[in-house]
Design a protein around this ligand. Structure first.
Ligand code: NAD
Length: 369
């Protein structure tokens, strides 16, 4: 792929702090791996509101559409708590996801050996854990119509949301899951509530059909979403790729990610459809928010943001080896005993955001030597 353009939208709170460490890794790539990334910067969230009165501008949306990948820090904070609902920092994030039609949300849950003790599960259940949750991101009950709160004649109120999926929405996200499984351990688990919801039954039938017609070589199973929630804590290593709708994916991806320890460790990707040239819009961001409680104190863990950049290398630039290199460098630094506050353990060395970032660069130097 020749287009190596990145749009960085660092956002608010610890967003710019963790993105500074990502920039160092990008510079390292430029120097040591003979790839040239061109970086453009734009405002999002509260930082954008302060300058433009909106959480993201049309110009930034246009830039995001044409970038090879968008790297996002985080948005939000108490400073903007009273801003109009449609202009609040989070509205910028929702708009960029929607306008770029990022329908597939990839949330890996990987447990580094050095952090098996940080999980709330026993080490033997999480050691070596590597799951990918694929959540449908632009449809389902969060967007379905009718929706709203109405007053009833009897004086009560009624809240309504509608779970709705069309065939193409199911097939395109299931396809992402099968294609990921082809490059991983070759297994897909599809989750819905087909026992009580017609939309779940349609989901089940369409994913089943796609499997039979195009991906029969992939191991495949259906699981009810509530059973999956239970199995994730009972025996998480049985899963490889889990694909599910927006609502269940929201819950199951949070559950899976917590198997591995801290929010500061969790990357994510949101992918759009491939065009005829094989190019797709994509946004990569740490799962965590802007962490106003620790912003400006050099306490933030930059690993989630750095691992999100590694996902960009893998899924937007076909640079899987370089992504592996970054992940190995992170594993080595953790094995060496360095910890930011959020993953601190007895007997380990507590370090700042910048020291953690520098240690990863040093380890990259060692691995590439
Ligand atoms: P949060 O993820 O910002 O923080 C939750 C807790 O985790 C805090 O104690 C924080 O200090 C800690 N934490 C988070 N990331 C960390 C890191 N990298 N290193 C060390 N510790 C870390 O969630 P919150 O406090 O519920 O929300 C704060 C703001 O962020 C809100 O305005 C919320 O709307 C916004 N938010 C944004 C996103 C996003 O930009 N994608 C996601 C979630 C929340």
């Amino acid at each position: 792929m020749s287009d190596k353009s990145l749009l960085i939208v660092a956002g608010d709170g610890i967003g710019p702090e963790v993105m500074d460490e990502v920039r160092h890794v990008i510079e390292w790539m430029d120097k040591r791996r003979s790839v040239k990334f061109t970086i453009d910067d734009a405002l999002i969230g509260g930082a954008c509101y302060d300058v433009h009165g909106v959480a993201i501008t049309d110009e930034t949306i246009d830039k995001a559409k044409s970038a090879g990948a968008v790297l996002l820090g985080a948005v939000g904070g108490p400073k903007w708590a009273k801003v109009d609902y449609d202009k609040r920092p989070e509205a910028g994030l929702l708009r960029i996801r929607k306008d770029l039609e990022l329908f597939a949300n990839l949330r890996p849950a990987i447990c580094f050996d050095a952090l098996t003790d940080a999980s709330s599960l026993k080490p033997e259940f999480v050691s070596g854990l590597d799951i990918m949750i694929v959540r449908e991101l632009t449809g389902g009950v969060y967007f379905g119509e009718p929706r709203g709160i109405t007053d009833l004649p009897n004086g009560e109120r009624r809240g309504v949301n509608t779970q709705v999926y069309d065939t193409h929405e199911i097939i395109r996200v299931a396809r992402v899951a099968f294609e990921l499984a082809e490059k991983r351990d070759g297994k897909v688990t599809s989750c819905e509530k087909s026992n009580v919801m017609e939309s779940g039954l349609l989901w089940r039938e369409e994913v089943e059909k796609l499997h039979v017609e195009e991906y029969a070589h992939i191991e495949f199973e259906h699981m009810l979403a509530d059973a999956c929630a239970m199995q994730l804590v009972r025996e998480p290593k049985q899963f490889d790729v889990v694909v599910t709708d927006n609502l269940f994916g929201d819950i199951l991806s949070d559950e899976a990610s917590m198997l591995t320890g801290s929010l500061g460790m969790l990357p994510s990707a949101a992918l759009g459809a491939e065009d005829s040239d094989g190019r797709r819009c994509a946004l990569y961001e740490p799962v965590h928010g802007s962490a106003p409680d620790i912003a400006g104190q050099e306490l933030a863990n930059p690993i989630a943001a750095i691992m999100s950049f590694a996902m960009a290398l893998r899924y937007s630039f076909d640079m899987g080896e370089d992504a592996d290199l970054i992940e190995r460098a992170v594993a080595q630094v953790l094995a060496g005993g360095l910890r930011t506050s959020d993953i601190m353990q007895p007997g380990k060395a507590r370090v700042s955001t910048g020291v953690m970032g520098d240690a990863i660069l040093r380890e990259l130097d060692n691995l590439a030597a």
